[in-house]
Design a protein around this ligand. Structure first.
Ligand code: NAP
Length: 867
């Protein structure tokens, strides 16, 4: 039972919403012994399942998974009748849970919270409802759902229609009878796609107004999957555990099959299996790369379009129903029952609004650019102001009276999707920045509720009364949310995930796409690090351990995990020969890099013998000579060759439009300092002298290099300047070694665990140069004479031990009057920027490098960068 309010109108917690999240929140808060009041505008529990009563409304996550797991007895007592339950059955379930735990007594229905204001003095929230009730609480929790504020119809004349108007999101409780009626449905998202086949059964005429064709797969509804039921029966707790630590909130083994490399038969087999299974996470897991790589995505998308063409008999309608303007999965795909088949019925017509836009709603119906339609009923299935809409619908004001609406005017900002700075003791369940709508909601909701109750318990035990995220932690999380989205195809779509469905809403990827498992880990890590990024206050004082919970780019973190799982021996424990063999073996497994026009190999006469080179010529126009870039590979003067950096050279060539001449140089320990540096300088001289033969523009020459290659590249620049030539237009140094001082902060921070370690760097130095030589400017060019060097682009990666020497070199060059562009590879390691085709987040950094190269050669023809 709930603890009664000790002072009338004063509660420990107020919760808004009595759907899946609000009900469980109430249950847990009661267990903490707190006094709680829940409000809901609806007349009963259910949240989304209370309002969305349109014909055909069902969940799109199998009901075996779309249910609470906190109460094992409940799980035994409730049996779902179908694989995807109907709205009435889900509502019954929520009522059953409510009554089973006696939750109703703390919920005030048909009451809307209109404002919530933080009272600084009292450290309480003042809550006002539309019943003019005022109350106070210490914790204010919005369990208002992600899709609960319908988008108002943004169509001219919407209020003029004289017939009946329905919204799928506010369907009348008494239902709607369309028998014998001429009905229009506007919108073909999940709500439209679920309701259209059922409306078509009654209506005498059904006209579907489609703006964007949507991907949908058959739900194949029926009994719950026997395989799942068996798994649950055998080990319910294990099954739920796997769900909690899965990517989407349903136990599923992510495939590692790439669409782009799979054979035609494997592609077909995997797709047909997913189509037959009829589950969202299945069709999103046909290929590992379908959410990232347009080519892979298109394979799945085209197979779905093929299915649509095979179902819809009118080729024109089939074409219009086939989505082509967004990548599959970047808008929520739908599960349907007979949706495409409905368009074969003689009384059903599709109007493609791309060809025939709506001009206005009229008294009789709808006028498009070409036609006037008359209807008896209009059904709006036009969607929601998703994720942020329900939160800003209440006038929430935090410290200094700043409202949430104001704070989020250019996009939401949260820490973990749970809290936002400036709003103490205010929690959001499934807020922006949480996995929510991209996951099985019930699993995410349970995680949120348990995290919040754990937090309140910890606060109480430690004697704190308020908690609030710091600005640093919050901006770090927002960045991480956007970084996770940026490596996927999602930001390209005009979806409600992006806020693109609501005119004027800032374009911002709203949910967290890193996965339920990654999110749970981040939340757990915040707690285990003493509530990192939260400020807690109480009578005993303030505690705040400020920081950012996830700074590494998500794909870099994935690569790090994969490398760690391989259990490779540390390079610095190997002989040079074994380390080279290991590096060559690793190179076999990576993608080849982009296509270029031509690749030719040759040799350059060097001071100690021939130096192999590889010349990359960009594809396509313009014909004729191009600027030249002499590139030196990485590998600590010991490892690497023309093959090791081949994908990176292709990428540099394709992006910059320059000819890239990758030159091998003598390696240590066979040839120690200064052999590599002298070879580099000789190569630059030779390429300059042979520019025209190589297809280059004489006098348009730059150097580039990664790691130790950056070292020899910049040493070659210094030697060229001292020798009075060749003239160099610029240098690009990617995470270069420019000093032998290993005491900088970046060595302390990143010297272990990020592939290039302090131990490995020491191993490289030991192989390359005697301690007495390591201060020589040809080994440590930071110590050289810097004025007169060419314009420079330096890449410094956050998690690189060499980061600070790169930054120091940039500063020293600047101080010497050299134009410098310092490209910060945020969230990257020493190696990750160069992992072409593997680490997608490295592409913007390489684009910046290419731009710097193009700027070195202002007269060169522009180049279309690769996608
Ligand atoms: P939605 O996916 O946003 O779809 C709205 C539809 O209305 C879109 O086709 C949209 O076209 C169209 N539309 C909006 N404004 C329009 C206008 N002014 N003129 C013409 N067309 C317009 O909304 P929803 O179908 O309600 O679904 C929202 C989300 O709720 C789903 O993605 C899903 O997450 C959830 N949901 C789930 C289920 C389920 O199966 N469990 C059922 C329903 C909803 P554009 O695409 O061109 O904007």
């Amino acid at each position: 039972m709930n603890k009664p309010a000790s002072v009338p109108g004063q509660f420990d917690a107020v919760v808004v919403g009595a759907g899946f999240s609000g009900l469980y929140m109430l249950y847990r808060l009661r267990q903490l012994g707190l006094s709680v009041k829940v409000f809901d505008s609806a007349g009963d529990v259910g949240g989304t399942w209370y309002w969305n009563r349109y014909p055909g409304a069902r969940c799109d996550i199998p009901t075996t998974d779309y249910a609470y797991s906190f109460d094992p007895d409940l799980e035994q007592e409730w049996t779902w009748s179908e694989k995807y339950a109907t709205q009435p059955e889900i509502l019954d379930y929520l009522r059953f849970v409510t009554d089973r735990h006696g939750l109703r007594s703390d919920i005030e229905f048909s009451t809307t919270v209109t404002s919530a204001r933080w009272d600084e003095q009292e450290e309480r929230w003042r809550i006002t409802t539309d019943a003019r009730k005022e109350l106070r609480c210490r914790y204010y929790i919005m369990a208002t759902g992600c899709l609960s504020v319908p988008k108002s119809p943004d169509i001219d004349g919407a209020s003029r229609f004289a017939g009946r108007v329905y919204f799928t999101s506010r369907w009348p409780h008494e239902g709607a009878d369309f028998t014998g009626q001429r009905v229009a449905v506007i919108g073909t998202g999940s709500s439209g796609i679920q309701s259209i086949p059922l409306i078509a059964r009654q209506a005498s005429q059904l006209t579907v107004f489609q703006r964007t064709a949507n991907f949908s797969i058959p739900a194949h509804n029926g009994p719950a999957s026997a395989e799942r039921l068996k798994q649950l029966d055998e080990d319910r707790e294990g099954y739920r555990h796997d769900a909690r630590w899965s990517r989407g909130g349903i136990p599923l083994e992510p495939t590692d099959i790439l669409g782009v490399t799979a054979s035609e038969s494997v592609r077909r087999e995997r797709f047909e299996a997913a189509w037959a299974q009829g589950e969202l996470f299945g069709i999103l897991n046909v290929f590992a790369d379908q959410g990232l790589n347009p080519a892979s995505n298109d394979i799945v998308a085209e197979m779905i379009r093929e299915k649509i063409r095979s179902i819809v008999t009118d080729p024109g309608a089939a074409e219009a129903l086939s989505p082509k303007d967004h990548y599959f999965g970047t808008k929520r795909p739908c599960l349907d029952t007979g949706y495409f088949e409905t368009f074969n019925l003689p009384h059903v017509r599709l109007v493609d609004l791309r060809k025939q836009p709506i001009v206005s709603v009229t008294e009789e119906g709808i006028d498009t650019a070409d036609e006037s339609f008359a209807f008896d009923a209009l059904v709006y299935a036009t969607g929601f102001d998703a994720m942020t809409g329900p939160l800003v619908a209440v006038d929430v004001a935090g410290r200094d009276g700043v409202s949430l609406r104001e704070k989020w005017a250019s996009g939401p900002s949260t820490y973990l999707g749970l809290m936002t700075a400036g709003f103490p003791n205010f929690f959001m369940l499934t807020g922006p920045g949480s996995p929510s709508v991209l996951s099985n909601m019930t699993v995410s909701i349970e995680q949120h509720v348990e995290w919040v109750t754990g937090c309140l318990k910890d606060l109480r035990e430690a004697g704190f009364e308020t908690i609030e995220p710091t600005a640093l932690a919050e901006s770090g999380w927002n960045q991480h949310v956007q970084d996770c989205a940026a490596i996927t195809l999602h930001p390209t779509a005009n979806s409600w995930y992006m806020g693109a469905n609501v005119p004027g809403k800032p374009r911002f990827f709203l949910p967290y796409i890193g996965g339920v498992n990654a999110y749970r880990q981040a939340c757990d890590d915040v707690v285990s690090q003493g509530y990192l990024g939260f400020r807690m206050t109480g009578p005993g004082g303030t505690r705040c351990r400020d920081g950012v919970i996830r700074r590494m780019q998500p794909d870099v973190a994935m690569v790090m995990e994969l490398v760690a799982a391989m259990g490779l021996p540390p390079m610095d424990t190997l002989s040079a020969a074994d380390a080279r063999a290991l590096m060559a073996a690793m190179a076999q497994t990576r993608p080849p890099g982009p296509e270029v026009g031509e690749v030719t190999d040759g040799v350059i006469p060097g001071p100690g013998g021939d130096l192999p080179y590889r010349l990359y010529r960009p594809a396509g126009p313009p014909e004729g000579p191009r600027p030249l870039v002499v590139y030196f590979h990485g590998g600590g003067w010991v490892l690497g060759d023309l093959d090791s950096d081949d994908p990176l050279c292709r990428d540099l060539c394709a992006r910059s439009g320059a000819l890239v001449v990758s030159v091998n140089y003598r390696h240590a320990p066979e040839a120690r300092f200064p052999a590599a540096a002298l070879d580099a300088f000789a190569a630059v001289q030779w390429v300059d002298a042979h520019a025209a033969e190589l297809g280059g523009i004489p006098g348009q020459l730059a150097v580039a290099g990664w790691s130790a290659g950056g070292n020899v590249a910049t040493v070659a620049c210094q030697l060229a300047r001292d020798a009075g030539g060749p003239y160099l237009a610029g240098q690009v140094l990617i995470c270069p070694v420019v000093d032998s001082d290993m005491t900088r902060l970046s060595y302390q921070e990143n010297g272990e665990g990020y592939i290039l370690t302090t131990a490995l760097m020491r191993w490289f130095w030991d192989h390359y140069a005697d301690p007495a030589d390591r201060g020589d400017r040809r080994a440590a060019p930071l110590r050289g004479n810097l004025p007169g060097l060419p314009p420079t682009c330096i890449v410094a990666a956050d998690f690189d031990p060499l980061r600070d020497e790169g930054v120091a070199y940039a500063r020293a060059l600047e101080a010497a009057g050299v134009p410098v562009r310092l490209a910060r590879a945020r969230g990257h390691t020493h190696t990750s920027v160069t992992m072409v085709g593997v680490v997608i987040s490295g592409a913007p950094v390489r684009a910046e490098i290419a731009e710097a190269l193009r700027n070195f050669f202002p007269n060169a023809a522009p180049q279309e960068p690769p996608s």
